[in-house]
Ligand binder design. Structure first.
Ligand SMILES: *[C@@H]1O[C@H](CO)[C@@H](O)[C@H](O)[C@H]1NC(C)=O
Ligand SMILES: *[C@@H]1O[C@H](CO)[C@@H](O)[C@H](O)[C@H]1NC(C)=O
Ligand SMILES: *[C@@H]1O[C@H](CO)[C@@H](O)[C@H](O)[C@H]1NC(C)=O
Ligand SMILES: *[C@@H]1O[C@H](CO)[C@@H](O)[C@H](O)[C@H]1NC(C)=O
Ligand SMILES: *[C@@H]1O[C@H](CO)[C@@H](O)[C@H](O)[C@H]1NC(C)=O
Length: 511
């Protein structure tokens, strides 16, 4: 009897062990790809049959898993061309509202190109079957229709943590009194003015979604999917690339799961030249990288000069991610490379400081290894991450505008001489590692869970189906105001009547 039960248990576990999974991460930027491919590789290694739509080919697919690429050919070249034409550094001052609208427009275009891509159309019209569809939530709502098309539950992945896009979909409360809007930097706690702007951003995003984004994406679904496919926003779960050690803590409904840090792997051996460079640095090493999207070679001459002059004065050695062959005026203590094994460098005990743009991947990796940071944020969520770094005491921030030799030297001196930053970074790292399960195991567990429980509809909060006026209790508030007004009116009326009566009686008595 027990053996039968055991067999049944093994069989039932086996049934989700080999789920057919479709992953869709179309954004042609390395940071988004790294997050997508880490998840898909991880799921394949756990024995799932993975199909992955993305702009990059997997160079070494997992040997023990089933892994198929659906390549968005041409996407990388298109993005590269745009990067050449437009320096992202110029976006530093951009207005948050305009950025939001502009990005929505750009990603609507990218979504259409994804759906119209020959390889994707082939997949749509194939006989393929999937048990679950995993989509990156990044202004590409039409792609959710893959779930309805393949009659599979939908899992969303938010590569930037909880935000207005996913909150709206799963009915998650995010009060603008303390939850900053997407890409909006605020102090902690917010000032009155910040709360005003934050509330406006909240309303603006909601209106933009309902009036422009959703209808536009619904049109794409009609155009590129066979008849009968509708765009359902019902997501079973949302996997969030965040964690209380790296992001500000915010409320989550039960189907939002933190898996921040799942892309980080334990340190590997460094290439020989780098190992020697780091081992021999008796005063330590500073690692400087602006990430994969921003090119430090695109820095204007004055900013570059400020960095060169400051680095030349340091007794520490510097590793600089520089995307061209030569750097005029390269100081003797600076080593250049177009690419560095960032995670393995951060793991080296002689690494003293990370100068970063403050992207979420870099921030996560620096916390994993407990390295203090100087953030030079430029766009997107970078300013928000930089604010988190300051709030949690494991680094400082220097706004791109303020990047001068004087200011940079001042910040570096502070960071290199005060041990508080390093200690706080170590403490953050402990928080990061203190979890029940590894983040990748957590992600895999929840994807399995969705398959096992047929979309797990029991996790959905009732807010998802409420009309907005009910969610915000507009009807209740109106009712209560009206009721109080009527009560007040009646009360005044009764008091007046009683007064008149007593006055009349007085008069009667006098007479
Ligand atoms: C597949 O290989 C990876 C890495 O080599 C390993 O971690 C994982 O456990 C393996 N999975 C299976 C199902 O054997
Ligand atoms: C997307 O944008 C590119 C460049 O701006 C343009 O050439 C192309 O026609 C657009 N595609 C769609 C589907 O809107
Ligand atoms: C869709 O793709 C076809 C060929 O692959 C191309 O001719 C057409 O212009 C594309 N449409 C859009 C809107 O991009
Ligand atoms: C969308 O399709 C699903 C499944 O086919 C169906 O249950 C749902 O009612 C449809 N939604 C709309 C708005 O048509
Ligand atoms: C960080 O850790 C050190 C050593 O464990 C401890 O003394 C210090 O109070 C911690 N700081 C914070 C902010 O928790």
């Amino acid at each position: 009897m027990e053996i039968v039960t055991l067999l049944l248990v093994i069989l039932s576990l086996k049934s989700t062990d080999g789920a057919k999974i479709l992953g869709i991460f179309p954004v042609p930027a390395p940071s988004h790809y790294i997050l997508g491919s880490s998840l898909m590789r991880g799921l394949a290694e756990k024995g799932h049959d993975v199909t992955f739509i993305s702009p990059f080919p997997e160079k070494n697919p997992p040997k023990n898993g089933t892994y198929t690429d659906v390549l968005l050919t041409g996407f990388w070249e298109m993005a590269e061309k745009r990067r050449q034409e437009m320096s992202l550094f110029e976006q530093e001052n951009a207005n948050s509202f305009l950025v939001m609208a502009f990005m929505n427009r750009m990603l609507l275009n990218l979504t259409e190109q994804t759906l119209n891509h020959t390889n994707v159309q082939k997949l749509i019209h194939s006989k393929a079957k999937f048990d679950v569809v995993i989509v990156e939530q990044f202004m590409n709502d039409a792609l959710k229709a893959f779930a309805s098309h393949f009659k599979a539950p939908l899992v969303l992945v938010s590569t930037i943590g909880a935000n207005a896009w996913v909150n709206l979909i799963v009915g998650n409360p995010a009060p603008p009194s303390y939850v900053p809007a997407l890409f909006f930097t605020v102090s902690n706690p917010m000032t009155f003015y910040e709360r005003v702007i934050n509330s406006l951003m909240y309303v603006f995003t909601e209106i933009l979604n309902r009036v422009y984004v959703y209808p536009q994406h619904a049109k794409l679904v009609e155009k590129y999917f066979p008849e009968g496919t509708n765009l359902s926003y019902a997501a079973s779960i949302v996997l969030l690339n965040s964690h209380p050690s790296t992001n500000q803590p915010v409320p989550y409904v039960p189907n939002m799961i933190d898996i921040g840090g799942y892309h980080v792997s334990p340190p590997k051996k460094l290439p020989q030249d780098l190992q020697k460079f780091l081992d021999s640095a008796k005063d330590g090493v500073i690692y400087f990288s602006m990430g994969s999207n921003l090119r430090s070679s695109h820095l204007p001459p004055d900013k570059r000069a400020a960095l060169l002059k400051t680095f030349a004065k340091l007794k520490q050695k510097v590793l600089w991610k520089w995307e061209e062959e030569v750097l005029p005026g390269q100081p003797a203590n600076v080593k250049l490379s177009k690419w560095f094994p960032q995670q393995d460098i951060l793991a080296h005990p002689n690494l003293k400081l990370f100068i970063t743009h403050g992207g979420l991947l870099s921030t996560t990796e620096t916390i994993y290894h407990g390295v203090p940071v100087l953030a030079i944020p430029v766009f997107g969520d970078q300013k928000l991450n930089a604010q988190n770094i300051i709030n949690n005491g494991y680094g400082l921030s220097l706004s791109y505008r303020e990047l001068t030799e004087e200011r940079l030297t001042e910040k570096l001196n502070k960071l290199l001489t005060d041990p508080t930053y390093g200690n706080n970074a170590k403490n953050r790292s402990k928080l990061f590692h203190d979890r029940l399960n590894s983040p990748m195991d957590t992600a895999a567990y929840w994807v399995d869970y969705v398959v096992r429980h047929k979309g797990a509809p029991h996790l959905k909060v009732a807010a998802v189906d409420l009309p907005l006026y009910q969610y915000f209790l507009v009807d209740v508030v109106v009712f209560l105001i009206l009721a109080s007004a009527i009560l007040c009116y009646l009360f005044v009326k009764v008091v007046k009547m009683t007064c008149r009566k007593s006055v009349n009686q007085e008069k009667l008595k006098k007479n």
